[in-house]
Ligand binder design. Structure first.
Ligand code: NAX
Length: 328
């Protein structure tokens, strides 16, 4: 049988973890033929709750779940990891300034970047879900100089999936008819969901919609503020959908995006589309065998240019702030 893959998950006792771990163990990430070894990292006070989650994993008797290890030491948990899903992060609490938030997460992602650098397997891929995801990924990448920059990504797949769902609802299309959706920039309210290159059953999506006002005043803000709308409705932030997107992103990265389509991933910029080199910014990418390539040659009109620039400007600000804090 196939060699087991070691998947490390941080923040494993959290809301997203509670959905994510069971999907991974069921084979939704690596497919029905690949056994999984879960390595779960939590902070010390959450280990007891994590033990309870592991009891439930045991109780599922998942055929593909080879082993589960838990702990509060990143050096041990990341040892030999092939894939690391960094979900755990410090949420903003009342009275916390933006700088405090960046600093608290900086402490987490510098330490985890170093631990991955020193202990992960040579083929490690790292996906960051914990917010601020793009800048957390930048901090981890910068603190892991021996790991190629291309191995780090931040999650914008949830935004991508939300955009597909909104467009499907507007046009009556099936989600499977929609291809070439793009999220540009930061996983934040400045993100730019772009349907000018998207297709619905092969036809240009913006032309099918035929309503620029809907795109500008409805679609874009609905996608960008969907996280807040979920909190408002559910009384808690997106969890199952964030776990599902984390799976989609990692699966496509390792196993490849669909022929004739692309996905959105925040990756280390090579300067494409005017995004400063080294920033972790979302792009349209095609993936294959654990590698990604930014889709080149898309025409960017003035409307899209301004939206991309605004989100990238926010990423530059975040980078400058963490540089000043000495985190990168
Ligand atoms: P929870 O607060 O339920 O869980 C987070 C878990 O992380 C907690 O159990 C906590 O103990 C753990 N943790 C904190 N510091 C840690 C450390 N240093 N090492 C290991 N574990 C640590 O949050 P949850 O709802 O699961 O969300 C997790 C993160 O995902 C948050 O930062 C959240 O903002 C972010 N999200 C990102 C999304 C995206 O699309 N990129 C969407 C959903 C979500 O908002």
């Amino acid at each position: 049988s196939a060699t087991p893959v070691k998947v490390a998950v941080t923040g494993a006792a959290g809301q997203i973890g509670y959905s994510l771990l069971f999907r991974i163990a069921a084979g939704d990430l690596l497919g029905p033929d690949t056994p999984v070894q879960l390595r779960l990292l939590e902070i010390t006070p959450a280990l007891k709750a994590l033990e309870g989650v592991v009891m439930e994993l045991d109780d599922c008797a998942f055929p593909l779940l080879d082993s589960v290890e838990i702990g509060d030491d990143a050096n041990t948990i990341f040892d030999g990891a092939n894939l690391a899903l960094l979900v755990g992060a410090r949420p903003r609490s009342k009275g916390m300034e933006r700088g405090d938030l960046l600093e608290a997460n900086g402490a987490i992602f510098t330490a985890q970047g170093k631990a991955l650098n020193d202990h992960a397997a040579d083929d490690i891929r790292i996906g960051v879900t914990g917010n601020p995801a793009n800048t957390n990924a930048l901090i981890a990448k910068t603190n892991a100089p021996d790991i190629p920059a291309e191995r780090f990504s931040a999650l914008t797949r949830l935004d991508h999936n939300r955009a597909i769902s909104q467009l499907a609802a507007k046009t009556g299309a099936r989600v499977t008819d929609i291809t070439k959706m793009t999220i540009w920039g930061n996983h934040s309210a400045t993100q730019y969901p772009d349907i000018f290159h998207a297709e619905i059953a092969g036809r240009n999506a913006a032309e099918v919609v035929g309503d620029q006002a809907w795109i500008a005043d409805d679609f874009i803000p609905t996608v960008a503020k969907r996280g807040a709308a979920i909190i408002e409705a559910r009384g808690a932030s997106s969890a199952a959908s964030a776990a599902s997107a984390t799976i989609d992103a990692a699966r496509d990265w390792l196993l490849g995006s669909a022929e004739g389509d692309w996905v959105s991933m925040a990756v280390s910029s090579d300067g494409s589309y005017g995004v400063p080199e080294g920033l972790i910014s979302s792009f349209p990418v095609v993936t294959k065998g654990g590698d990604w390539e930014i889709v080149q040659g898309l025409d960017i009109d003035d409307f899209s240019r301004a939206k991309i620039d605004a989100s990238v400007a926010e990423l530059v600000e975040e980078r400058d702030a963490v540089t000043q804090l000495g985190l990168i």
